[in-house]
Design a binder for this molecule. Structure first.
Ligand code: HAM
Length: 475
């Protein structure tokens, strides 16, 4: 059953919306209790954004390279989309979906994943009439009511690629490559775990054999897996409990139950992966937690994650989903999604150095009202320059405070306009590393910045540009 939370229960429990009683405490005063994030959800603060930005940039580049067009779908969808698309008996839908009735009584859910939404959009906008496959790229937040722990959040971010309308195994291999490339281009080493669960026919036969095997061992299974024997037996294979792990080695393997067509498809995918020289492992025990998969399925595990406890991404083929969600015809499709939260955590764990793209090169400081007005105008011109980035703090009057900030921002150069320079039509340009500064013509500020930054680049950051070695004090 889908766990439903009525708006009333939801607000009282989550701390998101307070009822009038909550807001007014016992003495009749408004509560001043601090309001914090909902359990399992978090803020991503400005100082951490460079990691997220780096991942999104790589994702965007891969999407552009392989011709996937951006799609944004709503975070709220009809509950039925996931019940039908992802599967009523899957953990994602049965236990983890944030589902509720809205004011109009409509049953809605915060999307737990985006594949079903993309397929809905494909059907809803009649994209079957476009040239196939239609290739989509997305990124954004997903929501699953999981037990919060490292690598598991209730709001987490994915980027993904979906290609709808193509059955050729070259597409599966290319998607597998795209996910691997995105990790590789970020500097994360991963191994692809690949398997095939065949078409519904192969799977039915396999499921029967699996149930037969596990029935005979049911006493040794964990409580959850004993239930899975009737609800979702394939999931027993990727149960992380020790007792269930031990049993899987002897269990029947899905590849032995593939029919000729599914086997041929899978062999082709593997052939392409070999040709592309990708690091993969044939893993008969990955089954994926979503019901829509057919044939190829895969996951990305970082090289030090032997059991796949924190897969960095995963995907597979889902040839039946378009029809299931109301499409006119059988429409083959394949896709994947990568987890940004886990990727960022891995980048930090392995100490990947990420350059801050918004790192300023130059700071503009001012002393006095007239100078402030003049550099405000100069800043508007310089901030348009694409080859360097400028920072300022025009709301501060003290030069010391401004230079402290310039130091903190680690800029290479600071321009300083004082009253004297204002009168002379000049401006000071200060090399922040050597603390040496020079007076230049105000109208030449842009060219001088460019010249000096270029020298920096050529000589290495430690060598200050040539100056006439004029020193000023900071106050
Ligand atoms: P998924 O394996 O459920 O697949 O999720 C993909 C990735 O999202 C996971 O490998 C993981 O990195 C991340 N992820 C999932 N749940 C959480 C969580 N609670 N906290 C943090 N990260 C998480 C799908 O969602 C499918 N829609 C993928 C797909 C696309 N298949 C075909 N097309």
């Amino acid at each position: 059953m889908v766990k439903k939370v009525t708006p009333k229960n939801n607000s009282a429990k989550s701390g998101l919306i307070k009822t009038e009683e909550d807001k007014i405490n016992k003495r009749g005063r408004r509560s001043t209790r601090e309001i914090v994030t909902v359990t399992g959800m978090r803020d991503i603060l400005p100082q951490d954004q460079r990691y997220w930005h780096a991942v999104k940039k790589v994702a965007e580049k891969i999407a552009a390279d392989y011709g996937y067009g951006l799609i944004d779908t709503p975070v709220l969808e009809p509950v039925d989309l996931f019940v039908r698309g992802v599967g009523k008996q899957t953990e994602v839908v049965e236990k983890e979906m944030f589902a509720f009735k809205d004011q109009a009584g409509d049953e809605l859910a915060l999307r737990p994943e985006a594949t079903a939404s993309v397929v809905r959009a494909y059907v809803q906008h009649g994209m079957l009439n476009q040239s196939q496959p239609v290739k989509f790229f997305y990124q954004g937040p997903m929501f699953r009511h999981e037990k919060p722990q490292s690598g598991r959040h209730r709001q987490f971010f994915q980027f993904g690629f979906e290609a709808i309308g193509e059955a050729n195994p070259a597409l599966d291999a290319q998607l597998i490559l795209m996910g691997w490339n995105s990790l590789n281009e970020l500097g994360i080493e991963s191994v692809i775990q690949v398997n095939s669960i065949g078409c519904p026919n192969c799977r039915d036969n396999y499921r029967k054999e699996l149930v037969k095997y596990y029935r005979s061992k049911s006493k040794l299974l964990c409580e959850n897996c004993r239930k899975r024997l009737t609800t979702n037996p394939l999931r027993i294979l990727d149960c992380k409990e020790e007792e269930c792990q031990k049993l899987k080695d002897e269990s029947p393997q899905v590849l032995d139950y593939l029919d000729d067509d599914c086997k041929k498809h899978f062999m082709k995918v593997i052939e392409y992966l070999d040709e592309l020289d990708l690091p993969y492992v044939l893993n008969p025990f990955i089954v994926r937690g979503l019901d829509y998969y057919t044939k190829t399925i895969f996951e990305y595990w970082s090289t030090d994650d032997q059991e796949g406890k924190n897969a960095l991404g995963g995907g597979g083929r889902y040839d039946g989903l378009v029809k299931l969600l109301g499409g006119r015809e059988e429409t083959p499709a394949c896709g994947l999604a990568m987890g940004l939260d886990r990727i960022v955590a891995k980048m930090r764990e392995i100490d990947l150095e990420i350059k801050d793209e918004f790192q300023p090169d130059v700071f503009i400081a001012q002393i006095g009202e007239a100078a402030k007005k003049k550099v405000m105008v100069l800043y508007e011109k310089l901030r348009q320059c694409e080859d360097f980035r400028v920072a300022q703090a025009f709301y501060k009057d003290s030069l010391k405070n401004q230079l402290d900030l310039a130091n903190k921002l680690k800029v290479k150069l600071t321009l300083i306009l004082g009253q004297k320079e204002f009168g002379d039509g000049t401006i000071l340009i200060r090399d922040m590393e050597g603390g040496i500064q020079e007076e230049i013509n105000f109208s030449r500020a842009e060219q001088e910045i460019r010249k000096r930054l270029l020298k920096y680049k050529e000589n290495g950051a430690n060598v200050p540009p040539e100056t006439n070695k004029l020193k000023i004090d900071n106050n």
